[in-house]
Design a binder for this molecule. Structure first.
Ligand code: FMN
Length: 221
């Protein structure tokens, strides 16, 4: 099976935010999609190990921010490459709270959805949340960023600003590795950027973001 086929599917990029008992957290997902229009429903597939997922299962609701083309790469890395277990992710990020108190970001976004979880389906590594949209709003007029745009920008393909290029470099997706290909986690999209060649990492090495083994990494050339 050629797992790179999964990268040919078209996705957007989103920040899912949640507040539970005073704790705010959020993470990047690319798996939000509309499921039905009457009533309005969204689905989202989320790693069980994410703090955001844990808080959503407790709260039963979440806010989804739709990211735009002017969202800087470092903001995507901020929410998608580190966990709220070790970092207060909303500190210093402009946000507002929805009707259920869940945070949505207001810069680099074009829409927000307030979602109540109707059903949770256990997919093993992930939960699939099926959500009723209780409210939604347009927050900007830019084009939405797609997951393909993000991957192109990360590999140095026409970043919009010098700051974005720097952010792409700091995530290790540019430079020498990009020429030979890079190892990407097919679960959480972490791009390996360590000093040791990926092939030489020990068999029990784990993705620092989602903790899955080497076998879920795909070489992208
Ligand atoms: C481009 C991109 C797409 C991602 N898509 C998803 C996704 O669809 N579902 C998911 O659970 N995690 C996804 N992740 C990974 C989470 O954002 C990541 O594990 C995050 O560190 C979790 O943070 P938390 O522990 O604070 O919730 C994605 C990350 C990136 C960079």
């Amino acid at each position: 099976m050629d797992k790179k086929a999964f990268f040919k599917l078209t996705y957007g990029l989103f920040v899912v935010g949640v507040e539970f008992e005073g704790q705010l957290n959020g993470c990047i997902i690319n798996t939000a999609a509309q499921a039905t229009s009457e009533p309005g429903r969204l689905v989202a597939t989320m790693l069980k190990t994410n703090l955001t997922t844990e808080l959503i299962t407790k709260k039963g609701s979440m806010a989804v921010s739709v990211l735009s083309m002017d969202c800087p790469l470092d903001k995507i890395a901020h929410f998608g490459m580190q966990s709220g277990r070790t970092k207060e992710k909303f500190a210093g990020i402009p946000f507002e709270k929805d009707e259920r108190g869940n945070p949505y970001i207001v810069e680099g976004t074009i829409a927000r959805f307030s979602c109540r979880v109707e059903q949770t389906i256990d997919l093993g590594s992930h939960y699939l949340f099926i959500c009723e949209v209780e409210n939604c709003q347009t927050t900007g007029q830019q084009e939405p960023i797609t997951y393909a745009d993000y991957r192109k920008m990360k590999s140095g393909g026409a970043p919009k600003k010098p700051a974005d290029a720097a952010a792409a470099g700091s995530e290790g997706a540019s430079g020498g590795q990009a020429k030979q290909g890079k190892w990407v986690c097919s679960i959480c999209h972490y791009v390996y950027d360590g000093e040791i060649p990926f092939e030489e990492l020990p068999a029990d090495w784990r993705c620092p973001v989602c903790q899955r083994g080497k076998e879920v990494f795909v070489l992208e050339t």
